[in-house]
Design a protein around this ligand. Structure first.
Ligand SMILES: [Mg+2]
Length: 260
């Protein structure tokens, strides 16, 4: 039997938030999150967006609630502080150092990969401050083929992860993802996985959609099949409703005592 729900981690795009809805985060979900926060539950938005893009998304969504923590680019942690968010320096600096080391090692292999892609696909490949290789493929089929080639080329570097979200991808160290960042937030709040709920819809959510990090696993109805399969395998909740409405159902399911 789980202890009470005390920590909620929601992905942003396609999970908490939907561009197709007005408001993009259902008012009923905002109210539920606010009342849970008032009773001491902590809430994390755990996203692939960078901090600036997430701030913009939150601003545009005109939300009445604010999370206690943000995880950005699937790996950096920020803590609510004085109406804004402050970086969790110890974690973020260790994370950046680990990535610098790893990306230095693989640098010589990236130009040949870029050439391989350019010869076969019409895809955008570029570098940003978080990854020396970022991809925007034209279709999920193209992204699948590029991911398979990447796996073949980097089979000897198990520390390297190809972090996929729809047609987008970036590189990361396997020790830093939505799951380990959520675990670190739990550790700092003195909360365990048995008190945690995680909700997500796409590939980059798979690392946090594990019992190791969250007892209650939730996928909204729009989640990709791989996410639903992983959640189903671990007795999680798959909503028939999309995005935020599915998250709200998942929270109700957890509060109702999943498998209790
Ligand atoms: Mg998503």
């Amino acid at each position: 039997m789980a202890r009470g729900l005390a920590l909620i981690s929601t992905d942003f795009d396609g999970t908490l938030h939907s561009d197709g809805e007005t408001p993009p985060v259902p008012a009923a979900l905002q109210q539920r999150l606010a009342s849970l926060q008032a009773s001491g539950v902590r809430w994390v938005i755990n996203t692939g967006r960078d901090l600036e893009s997430l701030r913009e998304g939150l601003e545009r969504a005109s939300m009445s609630v604010r999370p206690d923590f943000l995880v950005t680019v699937e790996r950096e942690i920020h803590v609510a502080s004085n109406g804004d968010y402050a970086p969790l320096r110890e974690w973020n600096e260790a994370c950046a150092a680990e990535h610098r080391r790893l990306f230095g090692v693989i640098a010589p292999q990236l130009a040949p990969l870029r050439d391989w892609i350019a010869g076969r696909f019409n895809a955008a490949v570029y570098e940003d401050e978080f990854s020396p290789f970022c991809l925007i493929a034209q279709s999920n089929a193209d992204a699948d083929a590029i991911e398979a080639e990447f796996a073949r080329r980097f089979a000897g570097t198990p520390a390297l992860a190809f972090v996929r979200n729809d047609v987008y991808a970036r590189l990361s160290h396997v020790d830093y993802n939505k799951g380990t960042a959520l675990g670190e937030i739990g550790r700092r709040c003195n909360l365990s996985a048995s008190q945690t709920l995680a909700a997500g819809d796409h590939f980059n959510d798979l690392p946090m959609l594990q019992q190791q990090f969250a007892f209650w696993l939730v996928a909204p109805g729009n989640a990709v099949s791989q996410v639903k399969a992983q959640v189903r395998l671990q007795q999680g909740f798959i909503s028939s409703r999309r995005c935020g409405w599915g998250v709200l159902e998942g929270i109700d399911w957890a509060l109702g005592g999943r498998g209790g």
